[in-house]
Design a protein around this ligand. Structure first.
Ligand code: AHR
Length: 511
């Protein structure tokens, strides 16, 4: 057999890459010589609300369940979340938070009062998962807890008591109660927010009113190293941001922002799995709106806070589709396809690129609700395409963001166009990690990377893709979407060259 020479291979590989590519003009310059802000690991946070089967059935099944569990927490879910290195979980809502009275969820379970979950299906909430369960669960998976206080229907005293109950090491009625309920040592909870969506389900307030109320709550939010969070804007409500920053910036560490990708409209959002390429395009185009939102909110914040002391926390984001046929409309259960993987990759790239201001994000929601990383059905568990993107992007947690210049072709649908490539990069322990999304569902993108300021000898990669735009992982079936090795990147004359397959999310690492 004739051997191909090394020079021959070097000449042939770029040719192969070019010939399978859709666009040979894509170039990404990575400024490894200009590391920027730290990408706070909290950007990879999750959100768990008392909604549908997020908590009950998803996280918690109770100690007596025949589903394998650790103190009532599903063992399979705990292992999957540990493997995901979840840095942070936001709880108990969401809209639920502003109806939640924490004292209902402490003490012996038999004595806990049941309430009606008015926002989510009107079902009975028996409060068997309360403060102790949430904080113990966070300890079990190694995540920081983030608690949302009840401002909409609660009181300042109730909020102050909760913080004291959880975090104080002093003698007080609240800490005595905690000890009586079995927890001697306080928990370490840094993140606390005063209300959720106070412009909507959290009280329908005007920004001027909430700004004053926030100042009142913040005055009584006391705990070691507390990080105080104000309830921020709905999507492009820049006035809300302006008023809150103007009136209360000195009393907050962070302010939230909520934006969901809704492919059609709020009345008919569109199916999670049954969609065509037009809907794929619209979904990705609407997701890219996050770039504009983060940029413009950051501009408003810069006006009052040029030193960027206050963090912008996107503590709810993700795809919001119609519920799966036959499921409770109040439970917001939806499947998760390759399209969700792209939406996760794009949003996370945007947050990484804005790490100087964006310090936290929480995808909605962790299990069985909206764009989840995990779905469960009785004893079964499915890891979604979104799970695999989070797993791939873990390399960015607490790494230094690297600025990028992206020159790329367009992905066009009808008369509309969006950039075909979306990316972010970081460096940690001498390894440069670049995450890229190819939004084009048909054409691969040939990309040449110019990594400035880094000498490298080795390139490796990972990929999330599938053969269909609506491929998903289903119960009892072989996975259609998962994380695989990516081998189509080479080093050629000091540049990295790669063919990024259509409809894929790719990680390239250099060292
Ligand atoms: O994530 C579902 C709901 O969306 C949350 O409860 C609320 O904050 C938002 O409107």
């Amino acid at each position: 057999m004739r051997k191909t020479s090394r020079i021959g291979i070097l000449l042939i590989i770029p040719f192969i890459l070019l010939s399978i590519s859709g666009n040979s003009q894509n170039k990404v310059i990575v400024h490894a010589d200009q590391p920027g802000s730290k990408i706070d690991k909290a950007i990879y946070g999750q959100f768990a609300e008392h909604l549908g089967h997020c908590i009950y059935g998803g996280i918690y099944v109770g100690e007596k369940s025949d589903i394998p569990n650790i103190n009532g927490f599903r063992s399979d879910v705990v292992s999957a979340l540990k493997a995901l290195k979840v840095p942070l979980v936001r709880w108990p809502g969401g809209c639920f938070a502003d109806t939640y009275h924490w004292k209902d969820g402490i003490g012996p379970k038999a004595d806990r009062s049941s309430i009606i979950n008015v926002h989510w299906g009107g079902v009975t909430e028996d409060n068997s998962f309360g403060t102790h369960e949430f904080l113990n669960f966070c300890e079990l998976i190694g995540a920081d807890p983030y608690i949302c206080l009840n401002v909409g229907s609660g009181t300042v005293q109730e909020a102050a008591d909760w913080i004291e109950y959880v975090t104080s090491s002093n003698e007080s009625p609240m800490t005595k109660l905690r000890k009586k309920n079995g927890r001697e040592k306080p928990w370490k909870v840094k993140y606390w927010s005063a209300g959720n969506e106070t412009w909507g389900c959290g009280g329908n307030m005007r920004p001027e009113f909430y700004a004053d109320l926030y100042r009142q709550y913040a005055s009584y939010m006391r705990a070691p190293e507390i990080y105080k969070i104000a309830s921020g804007a709905n999507a492009d409500d820049y006035k809300w941001m302006d008023v809150l920053m103007r009136e209360a910036r000195g009393m907050m560490n962070g302010i939230s922002l909520h934006y969901y990708t809704v492919p059609q409209d709020w009345n008919k959002k569109g199916s999670a799995t049954q969609f065509d390429e037009t809907m794929w395009f619209t979904t990705l185009q609407k997701t890219l709106k996050m770039e504009e939102l983060v940029t413009k909110h950051a501009e408003v914040m810069d006006k009052y806070d040029p030193d960027k002391k206050v963090g912008l926390l996107v503590d709810e984001w993700g795809n919001w589709f119609d519920v799966e046929p036959g499921t409770n409309p109040g439970f917001l259960f939806q499947q998760n396809t390759l399209r969700d993987a792209l939406v996760a990759g794009i949003n996370l790239n945007i947050f990484n690129n804005h790490a100087d201001r964006v310090r936290m994000s929480n995808i909605a929601q962790m299990i069985n609700v909206l764009q989840s990383v995990i779905l469960t059905k009785d004893k079964e568990m499915v890891l979604t395409p979104t799970y695999y993107v989070f797993k791939m992007y873990n390399v960015h947690q607490d790494a230094k963001m690297l600025p990028l210049e992206i020159k790329c072709g367009k992905y066009t649908s009808g008369t509309n166009s969006i950039d075909a490539i979306n990316a972010s990069a970081s460096v940690k322990d001498g390894v440069v990690s670049i995450t890229l999304c190819n939004l084009d569902p048909v054409n691969a993108q040939y990309v040449s990377f110019d990594i400035q300021g880094l000498k490298f000898a080795n390139v490796t990669g990972k990929i999330v893709t599938a053969n269909k735009i609506n491929a998903f992982n289903d119960f009892g079936k072989k996975e259609e979407v998962s994380l695989a090795d990516f081998k189509d990147a080479i080093i050629n004359k000091g540049l990295v060259e790669a063919s990024i397959p259509a409809k894929s999310v790719v990680l390239i690492q250099l060292k």
